[in-house]
Design a protein around this ligand. Structure first.
Ligand code: ATP
Length: 304
């Protein structure tokens, strides 16, 4: 669905993207995550041919993103808070204006979505609140059953009820399309996401399936026989080490069940008890974001 190869984007002398390579398989819900300014929106804009990459190749639905024609665009839904919409049109007029551009537009689905999102059809777009504008953007992107749906920060500024409504609108169709989403609302999207790409300062540190990612991250708590010696060396993929008396806590970014107990004792001595907890996407993100802030690029490659 999407292939990105060695994508670079310079703004003046600033490298906003530094050689991103990843692909989004058909049917995936791929989340691009990263701290503020990491390069998520820039990546999405390059994919959607809104900005031109400095270097690299992107194909979307099998076509070079710089050559996306109305045929491909009629199969791609794009939702972003930065989207321009004609302020003087009403919601209903705008939707009527869009319909002819999409051969697969489904009027019944359109009616269902408008009802579910409770959008005021006769209100002018200029009079919509921020949340209503985002819902309007979604209502325009779903009725043609896009093959690919690209969502850039779709939840920003939405109240919890609107988020739920937005999410329901999305989940109804999620199985039928490929989704690329950038969002900081990781708890909201966790249940939907199948793949995750993590960007830090314009570099993609990894892109992998949620199963692999959640499989290799564990919150670990070790109760040792002896107080922890802070001088002992630990593996670089143990992040956020903290000690308190006999208790050691950390996040293992390369957890494997087999031999884990032996590995722990070989580094920190005999353990009375070892507990490991799977981590939610949000906790994985905060662990990674903290590690990125505190380590050099070279260390990141070893630890993440
Ligand atoms: P956020 O989570 O805050 O939305 P992001 O990951 O989407 O962040 P981008 O908007 O892609 O980040 O920005 C990446 C970097 O590129 C930032 O350092 C930003 O300041 C810079 N940048 C983005 N657009 C421009 C522009 N038009 N001109 C100059 N610099 C830009």
């Amino acid at each position: 669905m999407i292939e990105v190869s060695n994508l670079w984007k310079k703004f003046g002398r600033h490298d906003a993207l530094r050689g991103l390579t990843f692909h989004v398989p058909e049917g995936a819900a791929f989340a691009l995550i990263g701290a503020n300014g990491a390069g998520k929106t820039t990546t999405i804009k390059a994919l959607m041919n809104i900005i031109e990459p400095t270097r690299g190749n992107i194909t979307v639905l099998g076509v070079d993103s710089k050559k996306l024609s109305p045929r491909e665009l009629s199969r791609i839904g794009y939702v972003s808070e930065n989207q321009d919409m004609p302020a003087r049109m009403t919601v209903a007029d705008y939707i009527a204006y869009l319909r002819p551009f999409y051969p697969d537009w489904d009027r019944n689905l359109e009616a269902e979505i408008l009802k579910r999102l409770r959008l005021p059809a006769n209100r002018h777009i200029r009079d919509l609140s921020h949340g209503m504008r985002m819902k309007n953007s979604l209502a325009c992107a779903l009725p043609f059953r896009p093959k690919l749906l690209v969502l850039d920060e779709p939840f920003s500024g939405l109240d919890p009820l609107v988020r739920d409504e937005f999410m329901e609108g999305l989940l109804d169709q999620a199985g039928e399309m490929t989704i690329l989403i950038s969002s900081h609302e990781l708890s909201e999207i966790e249940g939907m996401v199948t793949h995750v790409g993590f960007i830090d300062e314009g570099k993609l540190l990894f892109a992998e399936s949620m199963t692999d990612l959640t499989g290799r991250f564990r919150e670990v708590r070790v109760v040792l026989e002896q107080p922890v010696s802070t001088s002992s060396k630990q593996p670089e993929h143990w992040l956020g080490l903290q000690t308190s008396g006999n208790v050691l806590t950390f996040v293992d970014t390369r957890f494997t069940e087999t031999g884990f107990g032996e590995l722990v004792t070989s580094f920190v001595g005999a353990a009375r008890r070892i507990d490991t907890e799977p981590m939610a996407l949000r906790s994985i993100f905060t662990t990674l974001a903290r590690a990125c802030r505190d380590t050099t690029e070279l260390q990141q490659e070893k630890t993440i």
